[in-house]
Design a protein around this ligand. Structure first.
Ligand code: HEC
Length: 288
């Protein structure tokens, strides 16, 4: 009995499923033109209308990179920002970091800093002048060496790890401020390009879902950061060659920070504030 019953119910299920299939086929056929329209233009593809889980994903990402950006700017302030000895990022900082500056050699910095008490002002001034004038061997032999012998080599030839100032070459090495080395520039350039391109990509992808903005404006806000990034990294190399390129570093850095901030705020606003107003947004943000 049970066998027959279960068999007949199986037949019933199969029949029902086949009918459903035929029905849906017929419905699709009759409403084809209408359906095509809606399926090609899903009205939920925009930031205010996407589902909660996608909003959670986007917001989690945006908040995390926002935090990363804050930490990064603090780090830039502390490393490059202090290159000219003053807090805050300036053109000089960029020039000293990438190009170098004879006025900011290690020796001069130290003689005005932790080595200040190692020689009287007159002798320190003599050393600094000599360094700024290119640290020549002639002047070294005619007086500068004596100052180093009297004031510096007690430590700077005996303490391991400190430069040995009985050797002119080591004094000259400390007299240079060559800016960023080729190897460090290459390393930082490729990390910077890869990592930041990813950040811009996802930030831009989220922003591309925003509604109510001019499409050209949107495209510009999405593509400009990449352009600025390329300019930024190129300008480091150019600044190493000539200090006036530091302006490109400054302008491109400020531009992409500003644009990213605008897109960030727009995305967050459209996801969380706009739906609160009760209005329905039916624009497919991914179609022009
Ligand atoms: C009493 C020992 C002593 C004397 C004398 C001394 N130094 Fe130093 N110097 C140090 C120590 C320790 C350091 C490392 C700590 C620091 O950078 O402040 C150092 C670091 C330096 C550095 C940085 C080296 C580097 O590669 O980071 C320079 C440049 C320097 N001294 C220059 C001088 C000059 C120029 C004189 C002489 C006018 C001098 N020092 C005299 C102990 C001394």
């Amino acid at each position: 009995m049970g066998y027959v019953k279960s068999k007949s119910s199986t037949v019933l299920t199969v029949y029902k499923n086949v009918r459903r299939l035929i029905d849906s086929y017929l419905v699709t056929k009759t409403h084809k033109s209408k359906q095509m329209k809606t399926s090609n233009n899903p009205s939920w593809i925009n930031l205010p209308s996407i589902g909660l889980s996608l909003k959670a994903l986007f917001s989690g990402y945006l908040i995390t990179i926002g935090l990363g950006a804050l930490i990064a700017s603090a780090q830039i302030m502390m490393t490059h920002g202090m290159a000219d000895g003053e807090l805050g990022l300036s053109i000089d900082d960029i020039v000293y970091s990438y190009h170098g500056d004879p006025k900011h050699s290690k020796i001069e910095t130290k003689l005005n800093g932790s080595m200040k008490d190692k020689a009287p002002l007159i002798e320190r001034t003599k050393i600094i002048k000599w360094v700024r004038n290119g640290a020549s061997k002639e002047q070294w032999d005619s007086g500068i060496k004596t100052i180093f012998d009297n004031r510096c080599i007690a430590c700077h030839s005996t303490i391991p790890g400190l430069p040995d100032f009985t050797q002119l070459e080591e004094v000259q090495a400390a007299s240079k401020s060559s800016g960023a080395s080729m190897s460090s520039l290459t390393r930082v350039s490729h990390i910077h390009i890869f990592a930041i391109a990813f950040i811009f990509f996802f930030n831009g992808l989220i922003f591309s879902l925003s509604v109510g903005l001019n499409r050209c404006f949107k495209a510009l806000m999405i593509s400009l950061p990449f352009l600025c990034l390329i300019f930024d990294v190129f300008s480091w190399w150019l600044t190493k060659i000539h200090p006036s390129f530091a302006w490109i570093t400054m302008i491109s850095g400020i531009s992409y920070s500003l644009i990213s901030a605008i897109t960030w705020v727009t995305s967050m606003y459209q996801m969380w504030i706009m739906p609160l107003k009760g209005k329905k947004y039916t624009q497919n943000a991914w179609r022009d």
